[in-house]
Design a protein around this ligand. Sequence first.
Ligand code: COA
Ligand code: AMP
Length: 630
Amino acid sequence: MSYHELYQRSVNDPEGFWREQAEALPWFQPPRQILGKDDSGHHRWFSGGQLNISPLALDRHVDDGRGDQTAIIHDSPATGTQTRYTFRELRDLVARFAGGLRELGVGKGDRVVIYMPMMPEAVIAMLACARLGAIHSVVFGGFQPHELAVRIDDAKPKVLLTASCGIEFSKVIPYKPLVDEAIRRSASPPSRTVLFQRAQCTADMDPERDLDWQDLMQTAKPVDPVPVDATHPLYILYTSGTTGKPKGVVRDTGGYAVALNFSMKYVYDLDPGDVFWTASDVGWVVGHSYIVYGPLIYGCTSVVYEGKPVRTPDAGAFWRVISEHQVKVFFTAPTAFRAVKKEDPEGKLLADYDISCLKAIYQAGERLDPPTYDWIKQITGLPVIDHWWQTETGWPIASNPMGVDPQPEKSGSATFPVPGYQIDVLDPDGQPLPAGEQGNLAIRLPLPPGCLPTLWQDEARFRSAYLERFPGYYDTSDGGCLDEDGYLFVMGRMDDVINVAGHRLSTGEMEELIGSHDAVAECAVVGLRDELKGEMPMGFVVLKNGADIDHTTLEQDLVEIVRDHIGAFACLRRVAIVQKLPKTRSGKILRKSIRQLSVEKDVPVPSTIDDPTSLDDIRGALEKAGMRTF
Ligand code: COA
Ligand code: AMP
């Protein structure tokens, strides 16, 4: 079937289209209704259906004869180990660990926070929660105690699962002190923690609260999966919004399973038994969907990589893993390839490996800039597929339909909307714009299965953040355009969210932190273009009258505050002191002008500006910091 036929079916007859997709999966009980509405008036998929995603991802493959196939390969240059788990082994470990969690009192609907590095036990933990109908919330290991505590307080977990350490390049990062500190700061701490002791670092245990993972496993009895409703939350994943409080994106079970299963062929052109490698982290949505749930539900082998694109040990790491594990499809963020390109500009290290197994390279997490696209294409000669999605959607919104009807690639474009997503480009008043014009990317309701039904215990914020601005639409907060051939170009965020090395961060949160410094009267944090990381935050600070602090000390203080509260990956490294921030007469900071000043010589003075001399001040500050790059 052609892309256009398939797509038209999905929007003209969404219920028929998704009923067929749902039939591709075994349910304990098939859905009573394909598309309906909940009590709050929001669309819900597959009501009345009962399933559990853990046996979908594990037990049924064992029953269908895939028990001896490798389910996950943990390839860890960080620890110098490689471990494989078959579907049978993984099923047994998950069933046993779920039994252990049940003994700790974890049951359907209870929350479990998972704060772990890229190790197989993180995958086991997620699937074990799912088996019990417990709701997991994975927190990225790079977050500091403050951020972990904020998430604990929102999710109110019964149990927290962790490991003794993560490893960044060769640096061992002990997790236990971070967990202890987060629990100390938390108003709703978990009653128990379960910790996996890794060989690289032994954590001190509190006998009252902490349990050793292996001890738990030794006495635990395997448990069967608990049937849950299709609309039951599988997980909460916190993501940055425009304020300091992260948004708890809720993912339901049935819609997610159906959408991921569909995407494995449609988007990625994979077949059961193929090897899929997503080089990301289980702390991000990409890790949830395409390291854990998608590949396993579909019967693929998934590579769990605990390493970096470079310096573990070199810029040939991607090629090594691809050839060694016979990876068919590889997915990572453009920033990772920019790091490889920086260290090996001619791609010479590729010559050491046979990557003929690889059929396509997928990119997401940030805009795939044409020079990076061209470079990957030039050195590999493979299809390079830019596809666009968000934590909120859980799976791609736009992609090249590689599994049904591959389309010619256009550099800079994520190709076409995926079936189920109706994308319009809207002006600020919500009016659709013609082809070629840039505006707000909005998705007509209902969103397809798999996308967020709400925010965790914050229905009001769900409405205000996504549904109110453009009635009848989900507001993506991304900007872009559709060209006359229907290709979608996503240019980046229209709100105060920035993207640093594929990590989504809130400038609003950094501003709240910087604003807490005694010497600071007001501040703005702006994402400036960066060759490697896509964007890097820079702070602009107005001092309080009489503040007695020099620039170097203030910059060090503020960099440290952001590292300590959010994490080093936020990468705030430069802060400038200015006399005045450029603002409109109504007091809105002119971030766009600040960004423009960093990359353009002649920047027009906005007609709404309060005081045009404030731009000169910013220009000078950027020049001094070496941040005017053109
Ligand atoms: N735990 C603890 N610290 C972490 C961390 C983690 N999981 N991840 C990053 N950090 C720290 C790093 O140690 C570093 O600390 P430092 O400033 O003390 O050196 C800091 O955060 C910045 O790290 P990073 O952004 O990773 O920069 P880098 O220069 O070390 O590496 C890349 C650059 C491009 C190799 C790396 O950013 C990368 O692999 N990016 C891909 C991101 C990705 O996969 N995103 C998922 C979206 S699909
Ligand atoms: P996250 O929720 O962390 O996955 O980040 C989602 C954001 O990343 C989106 O809102 C976009 O701004 C950006 N993004 C993701 N994929 C792409 C893409 N293919 N092209 C452009 N931006 C992207």
